[in-house]
Ligand binder design. Sequence first.
Ligand code: CTP
Ligand code: MG
Length: 246
Amino acid sequence: MSDATTRTAAVIPAAGRGVRLGPGAPKALRALNGTPMLIHAVRAMAASRAVSLVVVVAPPDGAAEVKTLLADHALPERTDILVVPGGATRQESVKLGLDALPPGVDIVLVHDAARPLVPVDTVDGVIEAVRDGAVAVVPALPLADTVKEVAPVQDAAPGTPEPVVATPERSRLRAVQTPQGFDHDTLVRAHRTVTDDVTDDASMVEQLGLPVVLVPGHEEAFKVTRPLDLVLAEAVLARRRATDGF
Ligand code: CTP
Ligand code: MG
């Protein structure tokens, strides 16, 4: 695919509740330094000159509120924005976002609203790898923690000791982030074909038997999941303001 003729769109699933963050508004609508997480995430996608369309997948009953939020915040003029209501699972929400894409989109990024601070260089690196011919590209980082596999314990009370069954070699593991980038037709086919519950889009492409490649992720592309992540995200924004002046 040549640079001049490809059209790249980003789908942002933002329909989750944010149960692990605790009670409050849907996670994507909560503020980081006064600006909703979703706005940061849309700006992060629109920061890439290659991205000409952003599809925001809003909480099922929150599409009107999300449209108002988007209208109230400055976003680059060159980027078109669509809002669609999401579904009960992340996978369903992504599918609803894909369904809303107009004809002519060649490359699709899928980016969690919950990763509001991904740097534009990471976004561009993913797009470039798809342009270079990969059908599925995932930004990823080595793990800091060793990971243990445990045996499932049925109906155990929280805190019950869990038996360890294996310790995968840490150097062979990667923690994956978003935006994940795809050849459009491949991702659409994956979403039509795979019905298992999955937590990332690339694993659906793996299930089709197609190759998925990793490119370097970034520590600022971490997912806001638990309350401490909000503290970290605001610290990153404060550091950016101190170093970039905005
Ligand atoms: N997501 C979505 N639709 C859902 C569930 C999740 O669009 N039905 C989105 C979230 O809004 C988020 C991304 O998928 O941007 C990653 O999911 P996660 O971090 O798990 O967010 P939540 O599901 O909102 O959080 P939790 O699992 O703690 O409830
Ligand atoms: Mg979730």
